[in-house]
Design a protein around this ligand. Structure first.
Ligand code: NAD
Length: 480
């Protein structure tokens, strides 16, 4: 396998394609473990150049008419949709997801450009009367300034556009650093934004497999005013500490350990359909992936059997192969991590109904796995498992489900299946999460506020709320 002709493999700084000042690193095909291509490793000099370019472009971009910024985003949306096949293939190649998942992601990702093209022209302020009646309170919204955007590998397009869309709409120039496993999709996004008319310096993309020093240099630069990070909770915590030194405005989309609750009155076939989406989209490598199936004792055996049938029937193979329904995991470390958590859980008394150990041979494959009789404190129940593993824990009633669900340090997504909407809403209200799918296995929607509570994050992406992360408020006290 090789990278399609025309795919950029250099960094994008100040409107130019450039090499890195610290050499190169390899991008691997996760279905074989072989090298696809090399991309630049950004050095501290590149960080400075990218921040220079963004800072130079910032004032002009912020001053551009909102309609013009909107049209550029709209143009980028259209180019992405036109290039669905190219982008989907590239994502399947570098990340390993099936072509079906990749096509879905291109549309989802492009929608953030369309949504924020629509929001760019709706940034407003307010006029209020002070409660004393003594004066008026006027508010203006202004772009926060140059942004540092850091994205993970699991949704190489959508995690980037979910930040780029609102940043550009608000009037912010940015430097994006995509994950080292999947830098190519981000480079194509830079190409598309430039083609859509983003002025030089507004869009900058640096690539590196040594993110620590790059990010430290960027966060140490006074001109960088915003950090938006999507990734693991551990790295998010460390970045918040670094951002604290200069009190950099920070948004965090972090890990999860999402409960999927099936109550005793649920339509089990609908719950299994939802579980397939919530668990198996992206091969289980989604922050919104159902990680703990909390199933009523009376229906647990039937649910487990139906889910095992469906998961076991999936065709595993390279993401780029048209028949593939589940591709490889992202890298060897990911496979080893999943294998370790599953084997510790089996040692603690769980049973693997299907799967349960990594696939031998080339590539980074882990098969769909359903675990029953999972102890409540076992590894897969308390740690995020980023893979196709469905642990089933039985619950006595709604209170029991809520107690287990809320016992986590995470609070990203939850799912609830029940035949009684009012009962479902009561459970939704008490779940300590940022998002809930009620009789639905998919919550992601560019028009909805995406984000977590507890150690799953700070802030929201998407929806009306997403642009607020890139705006600041100035208030004027006056009278007339
Ligand atoms: P990660 O935290 O390892 O990496 C994310 C990004 O941070 C990458 O760009 C990486 O290069 C960079 N990074 C890593 N270490 C760094 C350091 N020391 N200093 C500065 N930057 C650093 O996460 P990942 O493995 O790419 O992604 C998987 C994780 O992301 C999972 O925990 C998943 O739940 C989470 N995630 C969350 C959301 C959400 O919206 N909440 C969405 C997708 C993924």
């Amino acid at each position: 396998m090789s990278v399609p002709e025309g795919t950029p493999t250099q960094q994008f700084i100040g409107g130019k394609w450039v090499d890195g000042s610290a050499g190169t690193f390899d991008v691997l095909d996760p279905s074989t473990g072989e090298v696809l291509c090399a991309v630049p490793r950004a050095g501290v000099d590149d960080v400075r150049r990218a921040v220079d370019a963004a800072a130079d472009a910032q004032a002009g971009w912020a001053a551009l008419a909102p309609r013009e910024r909107s049209e550029i985003l709209r143009g980028a949306f259209e180019l992405m949709i036109e290039r669905t096949e190219q982008l989907a293939y590239l994502m399947s190649l570098e990340m390993g997801k099936s072509l079906t998942d990749a096509r879905g992601e291109v549309v989802y990702a492009a929608e953030f450009f369309r949504w924020y093209a629509e929001e760019a022209v709706r940034v407003g302020g307010e006029v209020r009367m002070a409660p004393s009646g003594a004066n008026r309170i006027l508010t203006f919204r202004k772009p926060v300034g140059v942004c540092l955007l850091l994205t993970p590998w699991n949704f190489p397009a959508a995690m980037a556009t979910r930040k780029i869309g609102p940043a550009l709409a608000a009037g912010c120039a940015f430097v994006l650093k995509p994950a080292e496993d999947t830098p190519l999709t981000a480079l194509v996004l830079a190409q598309i934004l430039a083609e859509a008319g983003a002025p030089d310096g507004v869009v900058n993309v640096l690539t590196s497999d040594k993110p620590g020093e790059l990010v430290e240099a960027a966060l140490g630069d006074d001109r960088v005013r915003k950090l938006s990070f999507t990734g693991s909770t551990g790295v998010g915590r460390a970045l918040l500490k670094q951002a604290a030194d200069r009190v950099v405005n920070s948004s965090m989309e972090l890990g999860g350990n999402d409960p999927f609750i099936v109550l005793d009155d649920a339509d089990l076939d609908a719950a299994v359909d939802g579980a397939m989406l919530a668990k198996m989209r992206n091969g289980g490598q989604a922050c919104t992936a159902a990680n703990r199936f909390l199933v009523a004792e009376s229906v647990a055996d039937e649910f487990a059997a139906k889910l095992a049938d469906r998961m076991g029937a999936l065709t595993m193979g390279p993401g780029t192969s048209p028949d593939t329904e589940i591709g490889p995991m992202i890298n060897r470390k990911a496979v080893d991590g999943i294998a370790d958590k599953v084997s510790r859980t089996v040692d603690a008394g769980a049973k693997a109904v299907i799967g349960g150990s990594a696939v031998e041979g080339a590539g980074f494959f882990y098969p769909p796995t359903v675990l029953t009789g999972v102890p409540r404190d076992s590894a897969v129940a308390v740690e995020e498992v980023f893979g196709p593993v469905a642990p089933i824990i039985t619950i006595r009633d709604d209170e029991d489900a809520l107690a287990i669900a809320n016992s986590s340090e995470f609070g990203l997504t939850g799912y609830v299946y029940t035949g009684d909407l009012a009962r479902g809403l009561r459970v939704c209200e008490r779940l300590e999460v940022g998002m809930v799918g009620l009789n639905r296995g998919l919550v992601s929607d560019p028009a909805a506020p995406f984000g977590g509570v507890k150690q799953s994050g700070l802030g929201r992406e998407g929806g009306f709320e997403g642009i607020d992360e890139y705006l600041e408020t100035t208030y004027v006290a006056t009278n007339w």
